[in-house]
Design a protein around this ligand. Structure first.
Ligand SMILES: C[S@@+](CC[C@H](N)C(=O)[O-])C[C@H]1O[C@@H](n2cnc3c(N)ncnc32)[C@H](O)[C@@H]1O
Ligand code: SF4
Length: 385
């Protein structure tokens, strides 16, 4: 039976100093000065409309993720006002994780201090690589020294819990260079590492002018050796691209990937909510263009879409099977409103092909991809279409 899962909040800041040629996120080059005050006001208005959508306000927030774009273009004072107002409408759980994405090209000691003061307790630093040549080819606004400096500033500001974003499979990158990047990141002792293989996305400069990427055998070598290096240093993979020290998996990631609920505010932000009284799940989408978003009214004109019953299983699997730990039968039933019998035949067939494993624990069943299934995850997920 459908139950309300934990609730998170995603806040999107849609501006960057310069658009990176590989990026298809909703990020726009910032003409300066940014309308920081107006945007925070718009976010507050957006949030009020989203809270009104919740069926009961006993819910609390387990995590907040301020992503972008480049949220580190805004000052801590703006986030302080935003977070205080949010907390007055929806209580924060005692263990709330509040993350902000920071671009090393915008790192300043005073600014990072002001984030701590605002209540932000986790930083995600977009280093991408520690090789100047790779960073140049990626069109980044910072070099390797600035990335290391940003990490140092984060530590000095008291951020014990921080993530480093790294990418691999970069234009012209050798396996040795990719492993060197990981080693440099490990030497900075982050609690969490997000390690993404570069993908070429439509509507990007790299799509219209493709760079020369490493060959398949180099990519495989990077994947296998990179993973081993991370694991040898105590970074456990808990999701396709996410690694953490014990106890430092991101609550926001975990809630998102286990088909939890999240409110999405800001230009182009998405949300997902479980409405028990109407017995349905909805997705919300905000308008993408920052100027349109700023000028909109009524919940920033959210587009609402119900998740159709026939799409529920695949939507759930697209999230939960990305987690190494997978999901339980109880979780599947309470988060989709479907009975386990609706998928059991497909699960059993994948078990026979050694792509999925099932474990009985007490009165529940736990389902996850096998190491082989994890290698062919997209095909495994497609079985639930
Ligand atoms: C939305 S970006 C925001 C981070 C921040 N703006 C920055 O770039 O420093 C989140 C992360 O996604 C990753 N990413 C973005 N585009 C990607 C792509 N095409 N392929 C793989 N990873 C990508 C990068 O590691 C990036 O740090
Ligand atoms: S700084 Fe980050 S969000 Fe902005 S364009 Fe580059 S990758 Fe995209």
């Amino acid at each position: 039976m459908l139950e309300r899962p934990p609730l998170s909040l995603y806040i999107h800041i849609p501006w960057c100093i310069r658009k990176c040629p590989y990026c298809d996120f909703n990020s726009h080059e910032s003409g300066s000065p940014l309308p920081e005050l107006e945007y925070i006001n718009a976010l507050l208005d957006d949030f009020n409309h989203e809270v009104a959508r919740l069926e009961n306000n006993d819910r609390e927030l387990v995590s907040i993720f301020i992503g972008g774009g480049t949220p580190s273009l805004f000052d801590g004072k703006s986030y302080s006002r935003l977070l205080k107002d949010i907390e007055s409408k929806l209580p924060f759980s005692e263990q709330i994780e509040i993350t902000l994405e920071a671009n090393p090209g915008t790192a300043e000691a005073a600014r990072f201090d002001s984030y701590r003061e605002a209540g932000i307790n986790r930083l995600s630093i977009g280093a991408q690589s520690f090789d100047d040549e790779c960073l140049k080819r990626l069109g980044r606004i910072h070099d390797a020294a600035e990335a290391l400096r940003a990490i140092e500033i984060a530590k000095l500001a008291g951020f014990k819990n921080f993530n480093i974003d790294l990418m691999h499979g970069l234009p012209g990158q050798s396996s040795e260079q990719a492993l060197k990047d990981i080693q440099k990141a490990i030497d900075c002792e982050p609690s969490h590492l997000s390690w993404y293989q570069l993908t070429i996305e439509p509507n990007t400069v790299f799509y219209s002018r493709p760079p020369t990427l490493p060959e398949e055998c180099v990519l495989e070598d990077i994947q296998d050796n990179g993973q081993a290096l991370l694991e040898n240093h105590g970074y456990q993979q808990y999701e396709v691209s996410a690694y953490s020290k014990a106890g430092n998996a991101s609550s926001h990631n975990l809630n998102y990937w286990s088909f939890g609920d999240y409110i999405g505010i800001g230009a182009g932000a998405h949300g997902k909510l479980t409405l028990i009284e109407e017995s349905k799940l909805i997705r919300t989408h905000k308008m993408k263009q920052p100027n349109q978003y700023l000028n909109a009214i009524n919940g920033r004109d959210a587009e609402i879409q119900e998740i159709a019953k026939q799409e529920m299983a695949i939507e759930f699997m697209m999230n939960s099977l990305r987690l190494r730990a997978g999901f339980s039968r109880a979780q599947f039933e309470s988060r989709t409103g479907l009975g386990f019998d609706e998928i059991v035949k497909r699960v059993e067939s994948l078990v026979e092909r050694e792509l999925i494993q099932m474990k009985n624990v007490e009165r529940d069943i736990f389902i996850s991809a096998t190491p082989r299934g994890y290698r062919f995850l997209n095909s495994v997920i497609e079985e639930f279409l």
